[in-house]
Design a protein around this ligand. Structure first.
Ligand SMILES: [Zn+2]
Length: 391
C-alpha cells in the first residue's frame, strides 16, 4: 500500500504534467531537469547530461549522446550536478546512445575532490547500453561524472603552480576554435634539443591527464636531475590541446567535430595548426625533437610506440624497462607495431623525424596515486636516459 505522502506526491506530479505542458517530464540537454524531489543540472564546464526523463520523484533517465553524429569512439562521457532540498536517495539511469558504459561514476561535493561511487550503488546491463546509479542527496549539491572534472579552470591553477616552481612563464601558444587560450610551457628555448609533451587531445581521457601532471611536474620541478635536464634540453609541454572539447563534455572531438589525434599532418583545425606552426618553427631553428610523448587513456596501462628503429635505437623499450622495477604497483605493457594511421600524433612525429614517439595510455580506472607515482618514475628515468645520450 502506498504511503499517504507518496500518493499525494504522485497526484501532484500527475496534475502538474496534465495541466501544464512546459512542465512535461522530459527536459532537453541544457535545461534544468526537475522532479518534485531533486534536480539534475548540466550548465557547467565539462557537463554532459543529455535529455532527462523524469520517471518518478526520485528517478530520472538520462540519454547520453556524443557531440557528433556518426561513428565516434566508445568513450561516453557524462557529468552533471544533483541537488535536493531534503535528504533522499536519487536513482539515475543512463541510456547510452552510440556507446557503452565505460566510466565508473565518480562523485564530489565540491567539484574538485572525488571518490568512486560505492559498487553497491552501481549496476550496468550485460550489453553495456544501460547503467543505473543510486546516490544519497542532502542539502548540498553533488557532482557526478564519468571521471574527475579536470577542466580549464583546473589547468589554470596547475599551470600557475607549476610555472612558479619552475620559475618560468606560462605562455599562450594560440587559441582554440572557440577562442580559449591553449597554454604551453617552454623552458630553455635556446637549446636545440627538445622534449615535446602533449596532453588531453581527447576530452574524457582524464586518467592520462593525471599522468601528464605528475610527469610534467617532475620534468619542470626543482630536483637536481630536472635542473640538469633542463639545462641541456628544451622542454615544450602543452597540457591541454583541446579545451573546447573538455568544456563541452565531448566524447572525442574538438568544437569543429574533428578528432585532433587524427589531424596531425592535415592540420585542418586551429588547435592542430598551432602544433604545425610550432614544428615549422623548430625546424627553422634546426632544433631536434629527441622524444615525443602524447598522454591518453584507455582500458589499461599501455605505451603504444612504433618499432624501435629510431634514433637512438631501442630507446623506448630501454626507457620503460629501466622504470619497470620502480613501478611495481603500476603494471603496464609496451605495444610496438607499424604505424596504421599516419595522422595520429606519435605516428606523424615518427614519420617526420624518425625519433622515439609514444602514446602514454593510462587505464581509465587506474588508481590516481599509483598513476602519479609511476609517472614521476617514468619522467625521472626518461631524463636520466636522455642525459646519457650523445645523439
Ligand atoms: Zn586518446
Amino acid at each position: 500500500m502506498l504511503q499517504p505522502f507518496r500518493v499525494l506526491t504522485i497526484y501532484a506530479v500527475a496534475t502538474l504534467f496534465a495541466s501544464c505542458a512546459i512542465n512535461a517530464p522530459v527536459f532537453p540537454a541544457g535545461e534544468v531537469c526537475e522532479t518534485p524531489a531533486f534536480s539534475v543540472v548540466d550548465g557547467f564546464s565539462g557537463a554532459r547530461r543529455g535529455t532527462c526523463t523524469v520517471l518518478s520523484d526520485s528517478h530520472v533517465r538520462l540519454d547520453i549522446l556524443p557531440e557528433s553524429s556518426g561513428k565516434i569512439n566508445d568513450s561516453p562521457w557524462y557529468a552533471f550536478k544533483l541537488s535536493s532540498n531534503s535528504p533522499m536517495t536519487a536513482k539515475i539511469s543512463l541510456r547510452y546512445r552510440g556507446g557503452h558504459h565505460r566510466y565508473w561514476p565518480k562523485v564530489s561535493k565540491d567539484g574538485q575532490h572525488w571518490t568512486r561511487l560505492d559498487p553497491q550503488h552501481v549496476v550496468s546491463s550485460a550489453n553495456g547500453r544501460r547503467a543505473e546509479f543510486e546516490i544519497d542527496l542532502s542539502a548540498d549539491p553533488v557532482w557526478m561524472a564519468g571521471q574527475e572534472l579536470i577542466t580549464p579552470v583546473t589547468y589554470d591553477a596547475w599551470n600557475r603552480k607549476t610555472a612558479k616552481v619552475a620559475n618560468m612563464p606560462i605562455m599562450v601558444l594560440g587559441n582554440s576554435t572557440a577562442g580559449l587560450p591553449i597554454y604551453v610551457f617552454d623552458s630553455n628555448a635556446e637549446s636545440r634539443e627538445v622534449l615535446f609533451l602533449v596532453g588531453r587531445q581527447h576530452p574524457p581521457e582524464v586518467s592520462g591527464a593525471f599522468a601528464f601532471f605528475a610527469f610534467a611536474e617532475t620534468i619542470l620541478g626543482d630536483s637536481d636531475l630536472a635542473q640538469q635536464f633542463r639545462a641541456r634540453f628544451r622542454v615544450i609541454a602543452i597540457p591541454l590541446l583541446n579545451p573546447d572539447g573538455v568544456v563541452g563534455g565531448n566524447w572525442r572531438h574538438n568544437l569543429g567535430g574533428v578528432d585532433l589525434n587524427r589531424d596531425w599532418g592535415p592540420f585542418t583545425q586551429p588547435e592542430t595548426q598551432l602544433v604545425a606552426e610550432l614544428l615549422e618553427d623548430l625546424d627553422a631553428r634546426d632544433s631536434k625533437i629527441r622524444m615525443f610523448i602524447d598522454f591518453h587513456s584507455t582500458k589499461e596501462n599501455v605505451f603504444y610506440a612504433l618499432p624501435d628503429v629510431t634514433h637512438p635505437p631501442d630507446f623506448i623499450a630501454t626507457w620503460l624497462e629501466a622504470a619497470r622495477p620502480r613501478t611495481a604497483g603500476y603494471p603496464f605493457a609496451l605495444t610496438q607495431g607499424p604505424a596504421s594511421n599516419m595522422t595520429i600524433a606519435k605516428n606523424y612525429i615518427y614519420e617526420r623525424y624518425g625519433i622515439p614517439a609514444v602514446t602514454f595510455e593510462v587505464g581509465d580506472e587506474t588508481d590516481r596515486n599509483v598513476t602519479r607515482t609511476a609517472a614521476k618514475v617514468f619522467a625521472e628515468e626518461l631524463m636520466q636516459l636522455m642525459l646519457d645520450q650523445e645523439y
